[in-house]
Design a protein. Structure first.
Length: 422
C-alpha cells in the first residue's frame, strides 16, 4: 500500500491537469470559441500556476455561471492548490441530475475531483463514496484504474484491508499492473502473509523490470525471514539484490537505485559513491538517500544537512517530491537523537502539514512520542487523540493514551501533595 500512499498526490495532480485540458476541448467544441479567461486558466494550470488559474476561473464563472465544465476546472485547480474544502463546494455546483452522455462525463469528473479533495482532507469514507459514485458511471472508462487505486489507498488508510484487497484484486483481473502487484504485496505483508507478498513482488518485477521498490521490498522479506518461511532465504536475498548490483546502470535514476542497493547491503561507502554520482547527474532524490546513509552511520548533523538540502531542491510540498514528508520525519529523528527537541517538533509539524502522505501516520505517532519524551503529557494526549481520530483501529495507541492519562493524573496528584505539604 505504501507506494500509492507515497505518490498519490503527485499522481492525481497530473490527472487533474489532464482532465482540465479535456474540459477545455469540450468547451471549445461546444461553444466554437473558448472563453478567454477560461482558456488562460487552462494554460496556467498546465504551467503549475494554480493560484493564478483560480483567479481567471473565478472571472470566467462570473461571466457565465451555467457551465458545469467551468466549475469542474475550478475545483480541479483548487485541488491542485491544496484548497480542498473550497474544491468540494465547487464540484457540488457542477452536478447534473440528468441522464445523458455529457452529464455522465461531467459527473464522473466531478466525483473524481471530490474524491481527490476528500483525500486531501483525510476523510477516507467520503473518498470511497465519491470513487464508487464515479465508478458507477460508464463514461470515461480510462479513469476507472485511477479511481480504483485511490479507493484502495483510502481503504488502506482506514485499515479496511478486506476492501483494499478486494479493490486490488478487481484491478488485476484484466490488467498486469506492476504498481498494483506492488501495493497488494504491501497489504499482504502488513497482514502477515509474506509468501503471498513475495509472490506479488515477483509479479511486479516481471511486469516492470524497473519497479525497483519491488526488488528492495522482496530483498527485505528474504533478509528478515527469521522464521525460515523460505528455503535458503539468505541466498534468495542476495539473488534479488544482485539483479540490481550486477545490472548495467547508466542513467542518474539507475545509479540512484544502485546506491540504494548498496545501502540495503550495508556497504555505505559504495552507497555514498553511487548516490553522489547520481546527484551529479541531476537526480535530487539522491540527497534523501544520502541523508538516510548518514543516519545509518550515526552522523546526524550531516544527515540533517542532506535532508534539508533535499527539501530545498525538491520543493516544500508532498506533490513535488515523493519523499519530502519522509525527509521531515527523518529530520525530526536526527534532532531527537541530537537532543534538539524544539527543532524535532518543528519538522514533525511541517511534515504533518503536508496532508495525506505515506509518512503522515508515522509523523503523528512520533509527535506523541516526542511530547511524552519531553514530559509534555497534555500535548501528548491531544496528539494521541488526533492520531486515533485518523487511525481509530490502532490498539497500541489506545493503550498509550491510557498511559498518558495516568501520567497526567499522577503529575497532578504530585503537585497537589506538594502544595499540601507547604
Amino acid at each position: 500500500m505504501e507506494g500509492v500512499l507515497k505518490a498519490v498526490k503527485m499522481y492525481y495532480k497530473r490527472t487533474i491537469i489532464m482532465i482540465t485540458v479535456i474540459n477545455c476541448a469540450i468547451v471549445l467544441c461546444s461553444c466554437g470559441k473558448a472563453n478567454k479567461e477560461y482558456n488562460e486558466a487552462v494554460e496556467l494550470i498546465e504551467d503549475g500556476k494554480y493560484e493564478e488559474a483560480i483567479l481567471h476561473l473565478e472571472t470566467a464563472i462570473k461571466k457565465n455561471d451555467e457551465r458545469a465544465e467551468y466549475y469542474i476546472a475550478y475545483g480541479m485547480a483548487l485541488n491542485a492548490a491544496s484548497r480542498y474544502k473550497e474544491a468540494v463546494k465547487e464540484f457540488g455546483k457542477a452536478y447534473q441530475d440528468t441522464d445523458n452522455e455529457i452529464s455522465g462525463q461531467n459527473n464522473k469528473k466531478l466525483f473524481f475531483g471530490q474524491a481527490v479533495a476528500y483525500y486531501g482532507l483525510n476523510d477516507y469514507n467520503k473518498v470511497i463514496e465519491a470513487c464508487d459514485k464515479a465508478l458507477a458511471i460508464d463514461q470515461y472508462g480510462y479513469m476507472d484504474e485511477k479511481l480504483g487505486k485511490m479507493k484502495a489507498a483510502a481503504a488502506g488508510f482506514m485499515e479496511n484491508f478486506d476492501l483494499a484487497l478486494e479493490t486490488y484484486n478487481s484491478l488485476l483481473e484484466d490488467n498486469n499492473l506492476a504498481d498494483i502487484y506492488f501495493e497488494r504485496a504491501g497489504l499482504y505483508e502488513k497482514l502477515g502473509d509474506i509468501k503471498k507478498a513475495a509472490k506479488d513482488y515477483e509479479s511486479a518485477i516481471k511486469a516492470d523490470k524497473k519497479c525497483y521498490d519491488a526488488y528492495f521490498a522482496l530483498y527485505n522479506i528474504y533478509k528478515n525471514d527469521k522464521k525460515n518461511v523460505f528455503k535458503d532465504s539468505s541466498k534468495l536475498a542476495d539473488d534479488v539484490i544482485s539483479l540490481i548490483t550486477d545490472a548495467k546502470m547508466e542513467s542518474a535514476d539507475e545509479i540512484l537505485q544502485l546506491g540504494r542497493a548498496y545501502y540495503y547491503m550495508g556497504d555505505y561507502s559504495s552507497a555514498v559513491s553511487s548516490l553522489e554520482k547520481s546527484l551529479k547527474g541531476g537526480c535530487n532524490e539522491a540527497l534523501y538517500y544520502l541523508g538516510t546513509v548518514k543516519m545509518a552511520e550515526k552522523n546526524y548533523k550531516e544527515a540533517s544537512s542532506k535532508f534539508n538540502e533535499y527539501i530545498s531542491k525538491t520543493g516544500d510540498t508532498s506533490i513535488q517530491g515523493t519523499n519530502v514528508a519522509q525527509a521531515y520525519n527523518q529530520l525530526a529523528g536526527c534532532y531527537i537523537l541530537l537532543g534538539d527537541y524544539e527543532n524535532a517538533e518543528s519538522y514533525i509539524n511541517k511534515g504533518i502539514a503536508l496532508g495525506t502522505t505515506s509518512a503522515r501516520r508515522t509523523l503523528i505517532k512520533n509527535r506523541v512520542i516526542l511530547y511524552e519524551k519531553t514530559a509534555q503529557y497534555k500535548k501528548a494526549r491531544k496528539a494521541a487523540r488526533q492520531y486515533l481520530n485518523e487511525f481509530p483501529d490502532d490498539d497500541g495507541m489506545k493503550k498509550e493514551l491510557l498511559f498518558i492519562n495516568t501520567r497526567i493524573r499522577t503529575v497532578s496528584l504530585g503537585r497537589e501533595a506538594a502544595r499540601a505539604s507547604e
